[in-house]
Design a protein around this ligand. Structure first.
Ligand SMILES: [Fe+2]
Ligand SMILES: [Fe+2]
Length: 306
């Protein structure tokens, strides 16, 4: 049984997948449930605008791992600004309910990515790190550009390539043939996937997000992060994640923030097209600091993982 969390119903049509893949994934949906019961309960309580911090934190604290994860993420430099947050109560006061709800979602998505059984652990780790690096860059860009998402930036960055992890799990042989996990992505990537699989990692991830009843803006990011112009109302969030994904890909390829080729960051141009003022110039000024901070936060999230 799945519950829709904290965002209104959507009119987005159901994504269709090739029958065999849909059957394989459908049979395993229970095992791949994103939200544990405590998270569903907490997100439900937080729908009430008069919900008390104590009531909310008491529910979340029933799940020790969830609480620990939220505190770890809340204590990254990008969210805490270097000021230590020591309790869930303090995190809610400092960051706000909306932000904490997104941290709950992020924690659950991170846990899911960890427990997905993929033959090659190395592939899962690479995709896990790519998700978190994209999430951290997205949160940094959100701050840099003053966009004012409240954690959606991080959650969406984390989940954007979930379809790749699902393909590695459910179509391991085919996945290995077309995705080398080298993070070199060109404009024909989706066409190649479609020719090989009859679908793309974007649609596989989107299908999964829909079947877990997660918020529609997340579904849009997952589906359209390679073509943000196709995203509807969530276009700004999708473009922000697309830009962060592109930067994360270059970081994986180059391994050194100072070498980022600003002129090749095509998604920053698209961010300007959706109204983010001087995105290229602002990022060019801060690129080294942003990538360094994201890598440092990624290290601290990874070094304390259970
Ligand atoms: Fe992708
Ligand atoms: Fe990606």
């Amino acid at each position: 049984m799945f519950h829709r969390v904290f965002l209104p119903e959507t009119n987005t049509p159901q994504i269709e997948l090739p029958t065999e893949l849909a059957l394989r994934m459908g049979c395993n949906l229970d095992q791949l449930k994103v939200l544990p019961d405590v998270a569903v309960q907490a997100l439900d309580i937080a729908k009430d605008p008069n919900c008390s911090v104590t009531r909310f934190s008491t529910v979340v604290e029933q799940d020790v791992k969830l609480t620990t994860d939220i505190l770890r993420m809340a204590n990254t430099v990008v969210f805490s600004g270097g000021q230590r947050i020591t309790s869930l109560h303090q995190a809610i006061i400092r960051l706000g309910f909306r932000h904490c709800k997104n941290l709950i979602l992020s924690s659950c998505i991170g846990s899911l990515m960890r427990r997905m059984s993929i033959q090659e652990t190395n592939s899962r780790e690479k995709l896990y790190k790519h998700g978190f690096l994209t999430a951290l860059i997205s949160a940094n860009l959100n701050n840099l550009f003053g966009i004012r998402f409240m954690g959606e930036d991080f959650t969406a960055g984390l989940i954007h390539d979930l379809g790749r992890t699902l393909l590695a799990m459910f179509m391991p042989t085919e996945f290995k043939q077309f995705d080398k996990l080298d993070f070199v992505e060109d404009q024909y990537l989706l066409e190649r996937e479609h020719a090989a699989l009859g679908t793309t990692h974007c649609d596989v991830g989107g299908w999964f997000v829909q079947h877990n009843m997660l918020p529609d803006p997340l579904c849009q990011v997952v589906r359209f992060h390679h073509q943000p112009e196709l995203s509807g109302e969530g276009r700004l969030l999708t473009t922000l994640v697309a830009a962060s994904d592109e930067i994360a890909n270059f970081v994986h390829q180059l391994g050194a923030p100072r070498e980022l080729p600003i002129d090749k960051l095509t998604m920053l141009v698209k961010l300007e097209e959706v109204g983010v003022d001087r995105a290229i110039e602002k990022f060019a000024d801060q690129s080294t600091q942003i990538v360094t901070m994201a890598l440092s936060d990624l290290c601290s999230l990874n070094s304390r993982k259970s």
